[in-house]
Design a protein around this ligand. Structure first.
Ligand SMILES: *[C@@H]1O[C@H](CO)[C@@H](O)[C@H](O)[C@H]1NC(C)=O
Ligand SMILES: *[C@@H]1O[C@H](CO)[C@@H](O)[C@H](O)[C@H]1NC(C)=O
Ligand SMILES: *[C@@H]1O[C@H](CO)[C@@H](O)[C@H](O)[C@H]1NC(C)=O
Ligand SMILES: *[C@@H]1O[C@H](CO)[C@@H](O)[C@H](O)[C@H]1NC(C)=O
Ligand SMILES: *[C@@H]1O[C@H](CO)[C@@H](O)[C@H](O)[C@H]1NC(C)=O
Ligand SMILES: *[C@@H]1O[C@H](CO)[C@@H](O)[C@H](O)[C@H]1NC(C)=O
Ligand SMILES: *[C@@H]1O[C@H](CO)[C@@H](O)[C@H](O)[C@H]1NC(C)=O
Length: 674
């Protein structure tokens, strides 16, 4: 009997596979069918051999380990050094929505296979809020991160980072590669659904770590994306397991790995691309094969093509511009935008038009065709089947569209599609205040600009709390929600979380939403949002702007969390409060004025709601109509630390992942959580 060449090849591949999989310190998986991996969480091997680390379920994690631990250190004259290693894998991240996904995946080395204590979402199933950054983790990882998490100082929502013991990367670069021919940098979109390959190479002797990314089957770029000198011997000081991990946040995302190889003291075995399973694009394969079935048998292919093309164009247009419209929306007519107009205004939600990404979704810049008006289009996820909530939400949006104030970003209208809600705002050319505060490339804001931003936000908030027809509690005041218009005038934006209630009625209780560090401590027990909870967040905002630091900062290596309010309060008690002002100001500010503003921040973020001033008083203080308040001498350390502990105790989402992209949760709970 003659064996078919194909089966000979696959037999050899299988043999090779077994041989290599057992070999010491080396393994290769060209597809994972039958692979002896230890899977954890959501991870499964699909029938065609794809390793699916996550499915579309939100807020879960999945990981896969090579089953045997490997020894990563070897004796040297003066102690031990980390051994060289090399890894490569092919992955694909497939999202439901073209615009947003998450949270990413990581290749890692860890001393244990038990990651049961690790959190999903931005922790990628590797760390949790307690151990993130702790040197006792002994975890090395290369992350492919698709969500921007400011608390880890992420550079963008599409980057590759090297992580040691925590998620604040030692070094990170936007996803892409250097073209061998021209040397140009080429961007890659991690969540695009396309398969890509990563190489991680470490030389224990020279202590050089290289990370390279490229589209699959393209030749390996000569110049790595990341090349750093880093001594991994303190991290990899014993045996470690080699693994892949991933997690989902609020957005439906599948993280696939198609092939993986690894070697100690040598190059990772080359993957055989022809044997790798193909990544599935959600909803794509079915449509394609159906079209093929229709066209092939037709006798006059040209005519058929014309018909099919015509029909597909119609279908394509329908699908592309499909919206959800219901009867109750008629009354909101003028505030409703056509999806087609928004699609065209933003060049089809082109990556170049992307202004930013938050936990809630993406924001694109656009120019409306007819009016030539510049707008920002924010895409939020909406819940399926939350019709009731949706109607109420849209009613609120429309109502908020009637807010007019020079310190408020004007909401122009909305549009709905299946699974997506689009909000259209005035475009703010100078972006968000937190970019100016934290981006080292931006020129530092002067004291006058900071004070003007604080005044502006106070004045916008006064309008929301007291001067409009309804009381509007913003619920998510923070530097990243304050935008700067063409004249650097600060405007309060993002009313995704705003909660309306009619004047005089009792504020409804609600699940806790907002962002850690700005959440008033009483929210943890009462769950009532009131103007006083906004004043608390405003206090954190004032300190943030004056000090140029986030309300809660996490250390990189060891867990030295800095609670800004505590720190400023301590310095105030010591009589040197102005030393807390942002060092980027280089002392160019009025010391008295800065001290007064810092005290105002402290008074507003007082743990007891009754001790906080009203926003009207705040405006009077800032306008000099009333002398600035002094914190009570009895007011000693507390604040965010207490609130964090409280909030962690309850069951809300935000509380379980206090550092998570809380706003996203908030936005959707406004849609549904009433
Ligand atoms: C995703 O994985 C989780 C955990 O294994 C499982 O409970 C859930 O049913 C899965 N969801 C889907 C849509 O497959
Ligand atoms: C060990 O020796 C090597 C070279 O001999 C040197 O580079 C390294 O810094 C030494 N390590 C320690 C911990 O002394
Ligand atoms: C994993 O670690 C957790 C916490 O440290 C522990 O409770 C659990 O029993 C461990 N699981 C296994 C299988 O060892
Ligand atoms: C790559 O992406 C970055 C950030 O999105 C952008 O600034 C840059 O212009 C892009 N480069 C190319 C060549 O497209
Ligand atoms: C890392 O990249 C540099 C530059 O291409 C190369 O010289 C070096 O050999 C690489 N090191 C490893 C460990 O791959
Ligand atoms: C690795 O370092 C930790 C300290 O972080 C120590 O407890 C542990 O014993 C070390 N392991 C080895 C094998 O040296
Ligand atoms: C780091 O983790 C170790 C062991 O879990 C713990 O004892 C230590 O307190 C942690 N360090 C910090 C700074 O939290």
């Amino acid at each position: 009997m003659r064996l078919k060449p194909v089966s000979v090849v696959s037999f050899l591949v299988l043999l090779l596979f077994h041989f290599l999989a057992r070999g010491d310190g080396q393994f290769i998986y060209n597809g994972f069918a039958g692979a002896q991996l230890d899977l954890d969480g959501m991870a499964v091997v699909e029938p065609d051999g794809k390793l699916a680390l996550t499915n579309i379920t939100s807020q879960l994690k999945g990981s896969a380990f090579h089953p045997t631990p490997l020894r990563f250190h070897e004796p040297a004259t003066n102690g031990t050094v980390a051994r060289s290693f090399s890894a490569t894998f092919v992955f694909a991240i497939v999202t439901d929505l073209v615009t947003v996904g998450g949270n990413g995946l990581a290749f890692f080395l860890a001393p244990t296979k038990n990651l049961s204590m690790a959190s999903p979402s931005q922790f990628l199933g590797l760390f949790n809020p307690e151990n993130n950054g702790n040197a006792s983790n002994h975890v090395f990882a290369v992350e492919l991160d698709t969500i921007l998490n400011p608390e880890f100082r992420d550079i963008n929502s599409n980057h590759v980072g090297v992580d040691v013991n925590g998620l604040a990367s030692v070094v990170a670069e936007p996803a892409g590669y250097y073209d061998d021919g021209t040397g140009d940098f080429k961007n890659l979109t991690l969540i695009g659904g396309d398969a890509m390959q990563v190489w991680v190479d470490y030389d224990g002797r020279s202590k050089v770590l290289n990370v390279t990314l490229a589209p699959v089957e393209a030749p390996r770029p000569k110049k790595p994306l990341i090349s750093i000198t880093i001594d991994l011997s303190p991290v990899l000081n014993g045996t470690a397991y080699v693994g892949l991990s991933s997690s989902t946040g609020p957005f439906r995302t599948r993280h696939y790995v198609l092939g993986w190889s690894f070697a100690l003291d040598g190059a990772a075995p080359l993957l055989d691309y022809s044997n790798l399973p193909k990544p599935a694009r959600i909803g794509d394969s079915k449509r394609r094969s159906k079209a093929r079935d229709v066209i092939l048998p037709v006798a006059t292919p040209i005519l058929a093509l014309v018909v099919v093309a015509g029909v597909s164009l119609l279908v394509w247009r329908r699908l592309r511009y499909a919206e959800l419209r219901e009867e109750w929306e008629v009354e909101f007519g003028p505030h409703r935008f056509a999806y087609k107009d928004l699609y065209r205004a933003t060049g089809g939600f082109d990556g170049e038009q992307l202004l930013g990404v938050g936990g809630f979704g993406r924001v694109y810049k656009g120019v409306l065709r007819v009016s030539k008006k510049e707008v920002a289009v924010k895409i939020l996820m909406s819940h399926d089947g939350a019709k009731q909530g949706m109607k109420q939400f849209v009613a609120e949006v429309v109502s908020l569209g009637r807010l007019r104030h020079r310190n408020i970003v004007q909401l122009l209208g909305y549009c709905r599609r299946k699974g997506e809600l689009l909000l259209v705002y005035e475009y703010m050319p100078n972006g968000s205040l937190d970019n100016w505060l934290y981006d080292r490339n931006a020129p530092p804001l002067s004291w006058a600009q900071r004070l003007s931003a604080i005044r502006g936000v106070a004045s916008g908030l006064l309008y929301l709390h007291e001067d409009w027809e309804k009381v509007v509690v913003h619920r998510d005041i923070k530097a990243s929600n304050v935008l700067l218009d063409g004249d650097m005038n600060a405007r309060l934006g993002d009313f995704g979380l705003a909660k309306l209630y009619d004047r005089g009625t009792d504020p409804q209780t609600t699940s806790v939403v907002g962002t850690m560090g700005y959440l008033a401590p009483e929210l943890a027990c009462t769950r009532r949002v009131t103007p006083a909870t906004d004043v608390f967040a405003f206090g954190s905002f004032v300190l943030e702007v004056a000090c140029g630091r986030r309300p809660i900062e996490h250390g990189t290596v060891d867990d030295n969390r800095l609670v800004l309010a505590d720190w400023v309060l301590e310095r105030w008690h010591n009589g040197d409060v102005t030393d807390t002002a942002d060092p980027r100001l280089c002392g160019t500010y009025d010391v008295e004025e800065a001290a007064a503003v810092l005290r105002l921040g402290l008074v507003c973020s007082h743990p007891t709601p009754a001790a906080r001033p009203s926003i009207r008083q705040v405006v009077q203080y800032l306008d000099g109509d009333m002398p600035m308040p002094e914190p009570a001498p009895t007011y000693r350390s507390f604040t965010a630390r207490a609130s964090m502990h409280n909030a962690e105790g309850n069951e809300s989402y935000v509380a379980s992942y206090p550092l998570s992209s809380a706003t996203s949760v908030g936005a959707s709970s406004v849609l549904s959580g009433r």
